[in-house]
Design a protein around this ligand. Structure first.
Ligand code: BGC
Length: 809
């Protein structure tokens, strides 16, 4: 049963007219992007994606390999998150929805809102933040915007898609409390606030069960607790056991499997293994979605690509984060550039911007603005442009020499650095947090020769910035979409205020990341074989740095503007169900600006392990010069609650809570301690001191957030069970659920096949085809069972079984 049985079917008359095979056929795709059609039931199209419509007319794929129709490329989620402004996200969602509706798309596959657990994650650019509240509230706004056009949004990937390596087989082992508070909280917020009509499951397993078959996630939590009433769809090719998936509450499998899994459903109903009522529910949900969205598409909107582009520029303006702006020479901050400033524009990214990431979210943009051309239209004198370096790290002394010569003729150097297209892609995690060595070398040469170097950084996730103190300013553009170039030129010249704030922490070095070092290899990111152990628990991102006082390069929430703000008169009204935090904000500078006021809370003497501070609310406030406003931020109950896995509920333990208000998690301007009442019916958690001490000892490093040192016992205590095996059984024969990567533990033939693949990857990289190379990795990471679907039936399952018999000999 996937819904309370009391709930009547919405289209019983349609159901009555269908025989069993026809019903089964409606629960999987008719092809790559469309559902099945039957008399009276229209087919609908589902298409990516999170920041632009990727509608493919010809050859279809889910990795962004084949062409799609031109569409507006908005900033990616990582960039949009930097606005910290749900209203902006809602507007972008509406634009996306309109464009999708105009193209006849019924379900837009986004937003993606997995937690950026570790900045190496290959899809970090497609996700909002390391914080679930920020992710969930922004995703909810986007869903509201998309669905306001009548089509359906599809938040993804439910849940715990934290790594790309072995993404179809990895088991994310995470304790229930961290699961609820970190990995599910954003999804809860989007489901309860915005009622998305569709939700996509993740490829990975969560605590031993594929997300798509996980009854705890899909049945108990999503439908049972949060009241989700829409359609759950598999990720593309993400089905593992169709009948188990259907039973758990997954109604739609995409793409088509050519009828293979429909037959499995029919057989399961006939044998009594699957209750036909479960299938009827699923069909009813799919039919309702198809009928409702088709009705909304009956009168498609007109889209003006020019106006859409303008909206993309507007969005980009709100996403740029000024990380640093030091005084240079005259004692004034170097940015904004003064009128007529003589600038040298250096770096390939100035002319050929990085504005989106690779994979299924890849949009074919209607146009792309570059910062170099945009700067030439503004009141600065561009003395010239030098590429400075080749993309993909090919060293060139000549390009560097040209850049140095150009810089010598300019007053200020605008140096465009960033991650290249191969470093941020679906399917592949990054291997380190560094910028390419040739870019760093060029930067070193320039800063030795020139005092006024401004770095403009492109990339959808944090990088190490060891040079931060050597440059005058750093503007982080993230991946700002097709209008990013214009927005960058406007912000550098001061036509537009920098108003973005970081939605992820920039650590000093990778080793500082909580999941970078650990007492066990399976806890080091990413999981390499069977499991990825979340020994970092709740202490993800700033929750770790701020609890452990680990210095960071730029903290969560950080971002400078061209004006300054004063915070006064803190007023806190907080109880077990939440409350209001208010302060007075004043723009003390002589320019208009926008401040993101952030509220953090944390229990002063927690009864259970707890991060020092967690984001409890925020508001993006625009003020003119000298203007003052009372800012009231509603704070919900989660600000004072934690999830108690034993009681299986959220509870407010009460007691003294620290409430902080500031411009980042580290830049706290006002703070106070308030006494919060214990939630109704909540007993003191650990009434006697002895049991409290015992529990603290058991949880060892969690009590202080020291999660890089969690040993097996402490992790088992957190999980409430020993962690499952993390390594492959190298002596066992390979089965369909094992991955191609495991061929390295087989006979000569198996190893040779793997070598062919890894050599192909190397050769493609050397040939300057990084995206094709990444796609070879995608295959290497794939379970054998998925190959039939991945090759659209060209390699049949029995052939794969035969191959496995040979390599298992
Ligand atoms: C991705 C999804 C995407 C789907 C369809 C998958 O590879 O994980 O995010 O929506 O493809 O393109």
């Amino acid at each position: 049963m996937t819904k309370p049985s009391a709930q009547p079917l919405r289209h019983p008359e349609v159901l009555r007219g269908l025989n069993l095979p026809r019903k089964a056929s409606l629960t999987s795709g008719a092809n790559f992007w469309n559902t099945e059609t039957l008399p009276g039931i229209p087919a609908i199209m589902l298409t990516d994606g999170p920041h632009g419509v990727r509608k493919q007319g010809g050859k279809a794929d889910h990795l962004g390999l084949n062409a799609s129709l031109p569409a507006t490329c908005f900033p990616t989620a990582a960039a949009l998150a930097q606005s910290w402004d749900p209203r902006l996200l809602e507007r972008v969602g509406e634009r996306l929805g309109t464009e999708a509706a105009a193209a006849g798309v019924a379900v837009l596959l986004g937003p993606g809102l997995n937690i950026v657990r570790n900045p190496l994650g290959g899809r970090s650019f497609e996700y909002f933040s390391e914080d679930p509240r920020l992710s969930g509230d922004l995703a909810a706004a986007m869903v509201r915007g998309i669905q306001s056009t009548g089509i359906a949004a599809c938040p993804k990937h439910f849940a715990v898609n934290s790594q790309e390596h072995l993404r179809m087989s990895i088991d994310e082992v995470v304790d229930e409390r961290s699961l609820r508070e970190i990995y599910l909280e954003g999804f809860r917020r989007v489901v309860e606030q915005a009622h998305p009509r569709v939700l996509m499951t993740a490829y990975n397993k969560v605590n031993g069960t594929h997300a798509n078959e996980n009854t705890h996630l899909l049945r108990d939590i999503l439908r049972g607790e949060w009241g989700f009433e829409g359609v759950v769809v598999t990720d593309w090719g993400g089905n593992h056991d169709r009948v188990a998936g259907l039973r758990a509450g997954n109604q739609l499998e995409m793409p088509s499997t050519g009828g293979v899994t429909d037959a499995e459903i029919v057989a399961a109903v006939r044998s009594g293994d699957l209750d036909e009522a479960t299938l009827d529910r699923a069909v009813d949900d799919v039919v309702a979605l198809a009928l409702d969205t088709t009705a909304a598409l009956a009168d498609p909107p007109q889209v003006d690509p020019g106006a859409q582009h303008h909206a993309a520029v507007e969005a980009a303006r709100r996403c740029l984060v000024l990380l640093r702006n030091a005084p240079a020479g005259d004692g004034r901050p170097i940015l904004p550039l003064h009128p007529g400033a003589r600038v040298a524009v250096v770096g390939d990214f100035a002319a050929t911007p990085r504005y989106q990431g690779a994979g299924s979210s890849l949009v074919n943009p209607t146009r792309v603005d570059d910062a170099l051309s945009a700067l030439r239209t503004r009141d600065v004198e561009v003395v010239g442009f030098a590429r400075g370096f080749h993309r993909f790290g090919r060293r060139s002394r000549k390009l560097a020499r040209e850049a140095l010569a150009l810089a010598a003729r300019a007053e200020t150097v605008l140096l465009f650095l960033g991650l290249d297209e191969s470093s941020e892609a679906e399917g592949v995690d990054r291997e380190h947090l560094r910028l390419p060595a040739d870019q760093l070398a060029l930067l070193g040469q320039l800063t030795r020769a020139h005092e006024r170097v401004v770095v403009v950084l492109a990339g959808g996730a944090p990088v190490e910035l060891p040079f931060a103190d050597d440059v005058a300013a750093i503007l982080h553009t993230s991946l700002a979409g097709q209008g990013g170039g214009t927005a960058v030129a406007e912000v550098l010249t001061g036509a537009v205020e920098p108003t973005g704030r970081l939605a992820v922490t920039f650590p000093v070095r990778y080793a500082d990341v909580p999941s970078a070092r650990a007492a066990s290899p399976a806890a080091v990111y990413p999981g390499r074989e069977l499991t990825s152990e979340h020994r970092d628990g709740l202490f993800v991102g700033y929750r770790y740095y701020s609890t452990r006082h680990v210095p960071v390069r730029y903290p969560f929430g950080h971002g400078l503007g061209y004006t300054t703000f004063d915070y006064t008169d803190l007023d806190v009204d907080l109880g077990p169900t939440g409350g209001v935090v208010a302060c007075t904000l004043r723009n003390t500078g002589d320019r208009p600006g926008r401040e993101v006021v952030q509220v953090y809370t944390g229990p002063r003497a927690p009864e259970v392990p707890h991060p020092r501070a967690q984001l409890a609310g925020f508001a993006s406030v625009a003020l003119g010069p000298g203007e003052e406003r009372r800012v009231e931020i509603a704070v919900d109950s989660r600000a004072v609650e934690y999830y108690d896995p034993d009681a299986a509920r959220w509870l407010c333990p009460g007691g003294a809570f620290l409430v902080e208000v500031g411009a980042s998690v580290e830049d706290i301007r006002l703070s106070t301690t308030v006494e919060v009442e214990r939630g109704p019916g909540v007993a003191p958690l650990l009434p006697d001191a002895a049991s409290a001490a015992r529990r603290r000892a058991e949880l060892g490093p969690y009590a202080t957030g020291d999660v890089q040192r969690v040993d097996d016992d402490a992790f088992a205590a957190l999980l409430g069970r020993p962690a499952p095996p993390s390594s492959w059984d190298r002596s066992a024969p390979l089965g369909l659920d094992d991955t191609v990567a495991q061929l390295r533990h087989t006979n000569l033939l198996g190893r040779a096949v793997l070598r062919v693949l890894t050599t192909a990857r190397r050769l493609l990289m050397a040939a300057g085809r990084p995206l094709a190379a990444n796609n070879v990795m995608f295959l290497v990471n794939m379970p054998f069972a998925k190959i039939e679907g991945y090759t659209a039936g060209k390699v049949r399952r029995h052939a794969i079984e035969g191959f496995l018999r040979l390599v298992n000999r």
